[in-house]
Ligand binder design. Structure first.
Ligand code: NAD
Length: 706
């Protein structure tokens, strides 16, 4: 049908008795105002033309429609709204047949559901992902979908927002052809049949649903499960209520209930946060200041130096993406161990049904090992993941400088070391970049891409593109200690530790931050990562913290006693053999008590509110400095790093969005409060960042910093 396409966002042609309406609004057929007007006009035109007996609605693009134009969420004159458009379609006296040739998501699927017949192909997927934006389908999706399929399927789709294969949606499509290639002719045959057989205008709104005890029980159980599984999120339980309304209300009233629940969601800080995050993630891939015509380098072959915890995971990302990767260790034994661990990881995935055994072998065949640098000569990209020591890194980069081909990208996975120092130690600093993966590197989505002083633009562009290839979310950051993520986590951990000296317990602190939405509190996280990791970082920068004798002192004492966390069964908590469940330990509280007495810190009862503010606001304050220094280009980049790298609750949008929501004047005032009330300690650590002061004075937000 491409021959009828034009620049019109909605095309209309008549072919004998059929009116053919085409969605043609690249790139994703977002249902913006012009499209909505175009659809209504087309339907009305078809209705006015006597010779038209049926209407076909299709897409000129590969997908049917990605749904609402969410840039319209900020308001304006949006009339006609989508529900109005769908009502015009549904009430059409001539049958409307949707040819769903590609993905139909959100409003796109709701559009198809308002038609009288739907035709698609077996490999297609559709979905209602609104819940990811903190809302629910607001154009009849919660009322029409359960009328076509069953309550459980509708609930699953709407509550999880997951794309669903059309073959799993019994009742929704009138015809599912095997191959997309046959769809067009089959769909037109179907439309002809509708006309010839005078098939009825089948309105979904006319289908009557009612509640029976089985469905009632399903809703009760579902609501219960959702509350537990989506702890902290507002929209999922509203989704359940909206679908329930389809069974308890006549269609029109159900739509009204859906609209009411939709508005309740839309007004929440969560909806603002999740919509902010949606844009933040997309914005992270747009790097300012790099010319459009800069071409990324080609990455056909990768190498990883060091087959330890990170090296193995990093290598897996390449094998998963079909890129051959060679791992280098100095000793064969370490290499064998690394490769064996990767195989075990893949085999575990196969056991869980996530991979077939052929896929395991295919991925393993892309992985090879060497102990000789000579074998790295043809690599387009080398990522170093050896011990975190400048002398070792420099030695490795020196070797790479000798053996790698010109134009090879030389990357470091360092967490804390100065990338510029590494780069300047070799003859090609322009090819050096930081690729900071998070552990486990094959799982965590975040990739901090660290731009050195001399890193060339095409290397940055290549890294941003590579992130997508290996299915990571790449965020460009500058060089500083800990880059963005770890630099901001430092004050968070510091305060958690200090609160323990002042009288809070690890479980109280963890509980408060868990309730806030963090996947685990700082003490559980520390135990899991290993308290020795933080200790080594502190050791490397004692000069910066020496002025504060209380700095993570309990953690230092625990490490000194060999209590390095989960791996040894004790850290800030105790762990039973084979269990990851933290058990509070009175001994740790006693250490804190003794240290507090030694340092002259009075212990007291600490409120949950204080715990939250003292852990989160200094983290935000550090984020403000990072923004001011240009280490992060925009506050939304910091949010992406925190949600994907640290599990910061997406329903809060990330730390910077959270601060914007709380209000920067409030953040500043609370920082100042602790600065004054915590004596010398407060003076050291709680001075509001210049940027926080500036923005609070101006009554504006981090998001406004462009
Ligand atoms: P690791 O100790 O598990 O692995 C390091 C590996 O490098 C070992 O297998 C070792 O044999 C090998 N190695 C050491 N020197 C080498 C050399 N000269 N040539 C070749 N191989 C050598 O350490 P890791 O946790 O994987 O950390 C590696 C790097 O990744 C560090 O820079 C670390 O800061 C960074 N990092 C670690 C994490 C984490 O959570 N573990 C997260 C992000 C970044």
């Amino acid at each position: 049908m491409s021959n009828e396409s034009s620049v019109n966002p909605v095309t209309y042609i008549q072919d004998q008795q059929l009116a053919i309406v085409g969605l043609n609004s690249a790139p994703v057929n977002a249902l913006s105002k012009v499209v909505r007007i175009g659809v209504i006009d087309s339907i009305n035109k078809a209705l006015a033309e006597d010779s038209v007996k049926a209407i076909v609605l299709h897409s000129h693009l590969a997908l049917f429609s990605a749904g609402a134009d969410i840039s319209e969420f900020s308001g304006g004159d949006l009339s006609p709204m989508l529900p109005e458009v769908l009502d015009v379609i549904e009430q059409s006296t001539k049958p409307v047949i949707a040819i769903v040739g590609g993905n139909a998501f959100g409003g796109g699927l709701e559009l198809a559901l308002s038609c009288h017949y739907r035709v698609t192909h077996a490999a297609n997927k559709v979905g209602l992902p609104e819940v990811h934006l903190g809302i629910l389908p607001g154009a009849g999706g919660t009322q029409r979908l359960p009328r076509l399929t069953d309550a459980k399927t509708a609930l699953d789709m709407i509550v999880t927002g997951a794309p669903t294969s059309v073959s799993k949606l019994s009742g929704v499509f009138d015809l599912i052809v095997d191959s997309v290639d046959d769809l067009q002719s089959a769909a037109f045959d179907f439309a002809k049949q509708v006309i010839e057989q005078n098939m009825p205008v089948k309105k979904v709104c006319d289908i009557e649903l009612s509640l029976n005890s089985e469905i009632e029980t399903l809703f009760e159980q579902y609501a219960h499960g959702v509350a537990a599984k989506t702890r902290g999120f507002f929209a999922p339980s509203h989704c359940v209520k909206a679908v329930n309304a389809a069974f308890t209300h006549p269609f029109k009233d159900g739509l009204a209930r859906e609209a009411e629940l939709f508005m309740e969601c839309m007004k929440t800080p969560q909806a603002r946060a999740q919509q902010h995050f949606f844009f933040a993630e997309r914005a992270a891939s747009h790097v300012r200041g790099i010319a459009k015509d800069v071409k990324p380098r080609s990455i056909q072959k990768a190498a990883v130096i060091g087959a330890g915890t990170m090296g193995g995971g990093i290598a897996m990302n390449f094998a998963n993406a079909g890129i051959p990767v060679v791992m280098l260790e100095l000793k064969q034994e370490a290499l064998d161990k690394g490769l064996a661990l990767i195989r075990r990881n893949y085999e575990n995935s196969a056991k869980k049904g996530k991979l077939t055994s052929e896929q395991v072998e295919q991925r393993m065949s892309l992985l090879s090992g060497t102990t000789s640098y000579e074998d790295l000569g043809d690599a387009d990209l080398v990522i170093e993941a050896v011990f975190e020591k400048m002398s070792v890194k420099k030695e490795v980069f020196g070797m790479l400088d000798k053996v790698c081909k010109p134009g090879a990208i030389l990357a470091s996975n360092t967490s804390t070391l100065d990338l510029n120092e590494i780069a300047s130690s070799i003859s090609r600093p322009q090819d050096v970049i930081g690729l900071h993966f998070f552990s486990p590197a094959n799982v965590m989505k975040l990739l901090e891409i660290v731009r050195g002083e001399l890193t060339s633009d095409d290397v940055i562009k290549t890294a941003m593109k590579l992130a997508k290839t290996i299915r990571k979310v790449g965020v460009l950051v500058g060089v500083c200690f800990g880059f963005v993520g770890n630099r901001m986590i430092e004050p968070y951990g510091r305060e958690a530790n200090r609160l323990m000296l002042e009288g809070a317990t690890p479980e109280q602190v963890d509980k408060v931050l868990g309730k806030f939405g963090m996947p685990m509190g700082p003490f559980t996280m520390g135990d899991m990562a290993g308290l020795d990791i933080g200790y080594f970082v502190r050791e490397s920068r004692r000069e910066f913290i020496a002025h504060d004798p209380s700095y993570c002192i309990v953690a230092d004492k625990l490490v000194a006693q060999g209590r390095v966390g989960l791996k040894v069964g004790k850290g800030a908590y105790l762990y039973e053999e084979g269990s990851r469940k933290p058990i509070p330990d009175a001994e740790v509280i006693e250490i804190a008590k003794q240290e507090a007495a030694r340092l002259g810190i009075a212990q007291r009862e600490i409120t949950d509110q204080e715990i939250l503010e003292r852990c989160i606001y200094p983290l935000i304050n550090e984020g403000a400095d990072i923004l001011k220094e240009g280490i992060a280009a925009k506050s939304s980049d910091i949010d992406v790093i925190y949600v994907y790298g640290y599990g910061f609750p997406v329903f809060r949008g990330g730390p910077m969005q959270y601060a914007d929501e709380v209000g920067l004047a409030e953040v500043r005032d609370r920082l100042n409060y602790y600065k004054e009330s915590l004596g010398e300690y407060g003076q050291h650590w709680f001075t509001p960042s210049d940027l926080v002061n500036e923005l609070a004075d101006a009554g504006t937000t981090f998001a406004s910093v462009k």
